[in-house]
Design a protein around this ligand. Sequence first.
Ligand SMILES: Cc1cc2nc3c(=O)[nH]c(=O)nc-3n(C[C@H](O)[C@H](O)[C@H](O)COP(=O)(O)OP(=O)(O)OC[C@H]3O[C@@H](n4cnc5c(N)ncnc54)[C@H](O)[C@@H]3O)c2cc1C
Length: 540
Amino acid sequence: MQPAHHFDYIIVGAGSAGCVLADRLTASGRHRVLLLEAGGHDRNIWIHIPLGYGKLFNNPKVNWLYTTEPEPDLGNRKIIQPCGKVLGGSSSINGLLYVRGQPEDYDHWRQLGNAGWGFSDVLPYFRRAENQERGADALHGVGGPLAVSNVSEPHPLCEAFIQATQQAGFPRNDDFNGPTQEGAGYFQLTARKGRRCSTAVGYLRSAWRRPNLAVVTNALATRILFSARRAVGVEYRRETTLQIAYASGEVIVAGGAFHSPQLLQLSGIGPADLLRSFGIPVIADMPGVGAELRDHYQVRMQYRCTEPITMNDVLNRWRHRIGAGLRYVISRKGMLTIGAGYAGAFLRTRPELASPDVQLHFLIFSADTAGAALHPFSGFMTSICQLRPESRGFVRIKSNDPNAPPAIQPRYLSSRSDCETTVAGMKLLRTIMSQPAMRRYIAQELAPGEECCSDTDMLSFARLTGTTVYHPTSTCRMGNDSGAVVDERLRVRGIGGLRIIDGSIMPTLVSGNTNAAVVMIAEKGADLILQDAGTPLALI
Ligand SMILES: Cc1cc2nc3c(=O)[nH]c(=O)nc-3n(C[C@H](O)[C@H](O)[C@H](O)COP(=O)(O)OP(=O)(O)OC[C@H]3O[C@@H](n4cnc5c(N)ncnc54)[C@H](O)[C@@H]3O)c2cc1C
């Protein structure tokens, strides 16, 4: 055991949330902060080139590479669960899409009893975080650390998809974070001049040299230390040595939806029976820790394209590949600037719904699975996901060894309404693809294929081929009921000196991609901490 170190705040996890917290808590110079990250530095070049996203799926140096337990409603398949293990966390390996969700999501959080989390409450934090390329308005901010930019250029297939969606009766939407989410359009990306803006790039780099911030990489927090029911420090492993750091203020857990509940359980906060079964002394019996895992589940429909204009055509030919590389270096445009989706749509599967219930990601390439080789022919695909799934699962330790992955069981498609909405979304996509604007580009529907047309067959395809959209949340849910783990100030209920600030605290999954919401949560969480410490707040 190495000698202990003393700080005001210790943050566990330098991910989307952790980097925001490290920056905001050290800005005044009043507080000494330790930031612990299990992964290493973000030096891999593919982290910073948007298209490099595909190269990070299977890289154990930056990715925890988890899989779920066998999923009973998916034919007992184990679903991959990529998750960032590097400075910036999942914001360093994600698909870069900048989507906040619907205002109704946050108003719903407020209605559930979480004061201060309605849309009008959280909007200032979205704006404070943002550096919007299009300029500021009532919904968008400029000058914040998180760069948000347009795709570098339009693409004929995306134009056709957007037009076909309009032909199917939906509006065009040039801003999914604008007054309404509904419609089809291009995504915006968390990128600047063709380079990824993770929270490590946007927030941590400017804080890095502050004398009151210590960042320790390759440091796995193994246990939170308590004095009675107050968190006083963290034990962590760096290489082979166990070290201890003490926090006179607070310990802030920002390990993400898989690791935050895991660390709490390893430290004695969680379902008492589970903890006892691994010989862990119980500090607090909290059944909600690790419960209610929610995630978006996507089904991909694939098409052979009539024209050689897809990414398959570029990346499968070395001359075109070199051309794309040169174009990126010279003008920061072209294929290498593309994130996990180019265009997309938020749609209502039934007109009587108050807001969209499915999201489509339109991709100008095709491959059998995420991160796999592109098809050797011209192809594209579109994924469908239900925005507000009812299916819920759990995260539970399987051992008292902090290095052992937890059991992850999302229970995808375990709710009937999720199955119905997914099939309705697939049918809606077929309607869009049959419109004139899109039809001319489709040589064949490759998957599921025209022979798959009954609801039963479509659901079966969804169960046997679908995968995650990588949006796990809600495993340390905010609320004021007995299943909630943190209160509306993100303090662990009944425990002193301990907060959780990351995607795990979402009371419900937001209707879109989750990074922007996590950054907002961390921005607000930092203010809650500083308010409680009596420190003047950063300007909103
Ligand atoms: C492949 C992929 C694609 C995605 N695409 C998009 C997208 O296009 N748009 C979007 O909005 N969202 C996307 N997401 C989701 C989004 O990135 C996440 O919701 C968000 O980054 C989660 O932030 P977080 O702070 O909760 O956790 P993370 O960012 O995962 O951070 C947790 C950090 O804590 C560290 N850590 C964990 N446990 C410990 C420990 N015990 N000790 C020390 N360190 C620890 C981890 O290594 C990690 O760095 C994607 C996610 C993935 C994985």
